[in-house]
Every structure is written in C-alpha cells, then in structure tokens.
Design a protein around this ligand. Structure first.
Ligand code: NDP
Length: 500
C-alpha cells in the first residue's frame, strides 16, 4: 500500500505519510491500529478533500480517509519531521466573519441600552421599540465618567496588592507559562469593606440606580478605546503571542475578536483583570444599589430582590473564590482580548446581568416563601452541577493523579493530555453549562411570569452557551482529533442529557 498526501494550495509542510503496518494505520492518539474501513468510519466516509480551515488533510491510498492534523502528526513514522510550520492553518472565522462580528459590535451595546430603558418603563416589553431614544445628554455625564474611572482605578489597585497565591497558567505556544495573582476574592471583600464604610459615612450608593445609563455608556466607550489600544499593541506582539482566533488579517474582525492572547504590561494581565474584577464586582454592587433603592422607595427590599441579590452574589463570590479555575477556560486559553471580551467584561456583564434587579425595582413582584424555597432549591441544584463539573475538570487538568479524580475513566489524546469520560464529564460534554443554565432560570423566576423581560438573561445565555459549546467542540476536534470523536461517541449529548 502506498500513501501520499495531497498538496494543498498553501503547503502545510508534511514530509511523510502515515505509519502503516500490515494494512493497519497506527494511531498513537487512541492507541488503536485501524484498518482503512475503520479509519473511514471513524473519520467520516466521503470526506475527500483537504480542508485547511478545519485543520484536516486528506490521505490518498487504497481508500480515502480524513484525519485531523493532530492525528496526522501522530501518523508520521519516527524520525520523519515536519519540513515547515503550518503557516496556512488559520482558525476558521467565527460569528459570521468580519460582517457578522461588526454587526455584533453594534447590536450588543444597542441591546444593552434597550434593556436599561425598558427595565424602568411601565410596560417593560422585551420585544418592540424602546420607550424613547436617549439623547447625548442622557448618555453622557462627566460624573459617571469620574465614577467609572475611580472604580477601574480602585480595582486595579486591589489587583496589585500582594496575593495569597500566584498561579501558573496553561502552557503557551512558545512553551512558556504566565503567572497570575490569586487575589480576586480579597478584592471583593476589600471592596465590600470600603463600600460599607462609605455607606456608613453617608455615601448615597442607591443613587447608582439613577446613573446606570450614563455609566453603561462610559463603560462602552472605555471598552472601545481600550480595545483600540490593545489592537495597536498587538501589532508589535510576536506571532507566538497572538490568539488563534483574532489573527485573520482583517483589521475589523481582529479588533473585535482580539489579536493578542494575553496582553500585559509587566505582570499586569489586562484580560485576566477585566474578566473577574471591575465588571463582576460591579455587577453585585449595582444589585446592592438597586436593593437599597427599593428599601428607600418601599421601606424594605422585597423577598424577590433578596433572592436575586443572594443568588448572584453567590455566583460572583464563587467565581472569585475559585479564581484559579478561570485559567483553564476558553476565554483565557483561546480567545484574544479585543472589543468582544472587553465590552462583555466591562459593560455587558454589570449592566445587563443586573437586569432582574433593575426590573424588580420598577415592577415589584409578590413572592411567597413556598415558591421562594423551590427557587432556592433550583439554584442549589444548578450550583451543585456547575461547581462540581468545573472543579472536577480543573482538578484533573492541574493534576490527573489527584485522588479526587484519579479513579475517573479517561481517553488518551495525541497531545499527551487526557479527556475525562466519566464523572460529570461522562454525563454530557458540557455539564458546567447545564448547571449555569439551571441557575439562570432560578435568577429569573423570582421576577414572576407576568413579563418576558427578566427572562432575557436565560434566553441570551442559552444562545451564548449553545454557540460557545459549538465553538469549543470545533476547537477540541482540532486539538484532539480522533480522540475527541471517540469522546463524542461515548458521551453523545452536549449539554442536556437525552435532549441536546
Ligand atoms: P470550559 O470550562 O467548559 O472549557 C472547555 C475546555 O475544557 C475544552 O476546550 C477542553 O480544553 C476542556 N475539556 C472539554 N471536555 C473535557 C473533558 N471531557 N475532559 C477534560 N477536559 C475537557 O468552557 P468555558 O470556558 O466556556 O466555561 C467555563 C465556565 O464559565 C462554565 O461553567 C461556563 O458556564 C461559564 N461561563 C459563564 C459565562 C457567563 O457569562 N456567566 C460566559 C461563559 C462561560 P483543554 O482540553 O484544552 O483543557
């Protein structure tokens, strides 16, 4: 049997064919020796062309098989090496390419402003036109700008305080690792202390409720200017520092997706800072301001407002307590830092994730203890799945021999890493998303069923996680090739068992 590789237009630089022994192709990826027909059924019969964008290449011989570059690398006989780096292998464009990404860049801020306007309007209609179109005088406020910059400065100062631990991130393309301060929870506690002292000294925190629109506007403006600076900084960055996704060559697309993976000045990591500090802590602070405003208007906060505040504080506190777990998430390991993440972290999270509390302030909802108990139970179930799945994967990624995960069944991959195939990750392929969605439902239920608006988060989050899951699957297929296909075969459901 003679194997040769098709030459793609842009050479991917392979010098040799796969190792074939007595008609069987040996895959170190899965430890299997496959016949051509087995290879074909595993990799999908009928795939008969080179597909660089999916990192796949066609093998011609007695039959046609299609394996990922990772697997193909494994198929090379020992001693035969790549002749060139895979220059042409750029990641496929996401979000519908430059046009789709540009549309999102306009649509997301517009949606945020729409939600802020309708939440306080009488009918509170999610669909349909906003009650009015705000002029510049409603959006722009020097006081809001000053407040926002003070907030960013405070969080940056807290980030720079000595940390209880410094953690190492995942290995980068150039085999180096970055170090991250683990002091997010400390920042939350210190912020809470400062705010408490401020309120005791007469700081009118509840006034934030009236400033959400101009604050959201300046946050969006800062995200835009910040991403522009990040884009310019990335022009000077070495190729090894670029994110796989934001390196298309199209400036608009790359500006939105983010060119550089981990932009830093010294040890200050901009993406890591923005992911968990100003936006996330800002979100619970806005919730608290809305609760205090409700107390001012109605004498005391409602049970529904307490639940929304409590659930979301638990979520944010947990994210900061488990801060190290973010180092293995897609945002840190794969996505570049551009407008999409900067806007998401700084503006979208604090101003749209506080939507339920905003809605409750202007549309009080009756909620009895029996229903509140059921909602608490739903949130607890979601949190249990979410935390269990994330901790299990993080523990496993940090140390596969950790006694807490050592007994779990795994699949070996060509990269040397393994995939969990039992425990939470044997139930569905993204159990952490399932837990997150159950919690999203619990956050909306205290707002009753009279309006669709407070369910916006659940609807948007479902769409986000379905899309995110799909992106992650494609990335994992590129990374792990046949081992990932094997995982999908053994764990067929993506997020919800027996449904999706
Ligand atoms: P994950 O934490 O699920 O990370 C996905 C990665 O996990 C994969 O790329 C792969 O990376 C690894 N992995 C996948 N399957 C397995 C397996 N079987 N065994 C071992 N490793 C596996 O994704 P996200 O970063 O998207 O999400 C992190 C958390 O953040 C989730 O709980 C999510 O719900 C939440 N989230 C919340 C958002 C919000 O706005 N509230 C927004 C986005 C996410 P590798 O193999 O390289 O380690």
């Amino acid at each position: 049997m003679r194997w040769r590789q098709t030459r793609p237009k842009e050479s991917i630089g392979w010098s040799a064919g796969p190792r074939v022994d007595r008609g069987r192709v040996h895959l170190k990826t899965t430890g299997q020796a496959l016949s051509l027909s087995e290879l074909r059924s595993l990799t999908g019969a009928g795939v008969a062309r080179t597909d660089l964008s999916r990192h796949q290449t066609q093998l011609l011989g007695d039959g046609v098989g299609c394996v990922s570059l990772t697997d193909f690398r494994e198929l090379q006989p020992p001693g035969e090496t790549e002749t060139m780096a895979p220059q042409g292998s750029r990641a496929p464009l996401e979000f519908g390419g430059p046009l789709g990404a540009a549309a999102l860049m306009l649509l997301l801020p517009a949606t945020m402003v729409h939600l802020l306007l309708v939440a306080r309007s009488g009918p509170a209609r999610l669909l349909g036109p906003p009650p009015y179109l705000p002029g510049l005088e409603a959006l722009w406020s020097p006081r809001a700008l000053l407040l926002w910059l003070t907030w960013l400065g405070l969080q940056a100062a807290l980030y720079l305080l000595p940390a209880r631990k410094v953690a190492e991130g995942q290995e980068l393309k150039d085999k180096s690792t970055l170090r991250y301060p683990i002091n997010g929870f400390q920042a939350l506690v210190l912020t809470a202390l400062l705010v408490t002292l401020g309120v005791l000294a007469g700081l009118p925190l509840e006034e934030l409720a009236e400033m959400l629109l101009p604050l959201a506007f300046v946050a969006t403006l800062t995200a835009f200017i910040f991403s522009l600076l990040l884009y310019l900084k990335a022009l000077l960055a070495p190729t090894s520092a670029l994110a796989p996704g934001g390196n298309s060559g199209n400036p608009i697309y790359d500006f939105i997706l983010g060119r550089e993976l981990n932009p830093r000045i010294g040890s200050f990591d901009f993406k890591y800072f923005c992911e968990l500090r100003p936006g996330l802590i800002g979100w619970v602070l806005i919730n608290l301001a809305l609760l205090m405003k409700e107390a001012e208007l109605r004498g005391s906060p409602s049970l529904a407002m307490w639940l929304v505040n409590g659930f979301q504080l638990l979520y944010v506190g947990d994210a900061l307590w488990q801060e190290e777990a973010i180092l293995t998430t897609m945002d840190i390991t794969h996505d570049g830092f551009g407008f999409m993440l900067a806007f998401g972290d700084l503006a979208w999270v604090p101003f749209t994730y506080s939507l339920q509390a905003q809605f409750l302030l202007y549309h009080p909802q009756p909620l009895g203890w029996p229903m509140a108990s059921v909602i608490c139970l739903i949130n607890a179930v979601g949190f249990y799945i979410f935390r269990g799945a994330n901790t299990q994967k993080n523990t496993f990624r940090k140390n596969p021999s950790d006694p807490r995960v050592a007994d779990l069944e795994t699949i070996p991959t060509a990269t040397g890493r393994q995939l969990l195939v039992s425990g939470w990750w044997g139930m569905v392929r993204h159990p952490n998303y399932l837990g997150d969605l159950i919690m999203a439902l619990a956050w909306s239920l205290p707002c009753g069923t009279s309006h669709l608006l407070p369910y916006f988060y659940l609807l948007y989050f479902t769409a986000l996680l379905v899309h995110r899951e799909d992106r992650d699957e494609r990335q994992c297929l590129q990374k792990y090739g046949l081992a990932w296909r094997d995982y999908c075969r053994r764990v067929p459901y993506r997020i919800v068992p027996y449904i999706y």
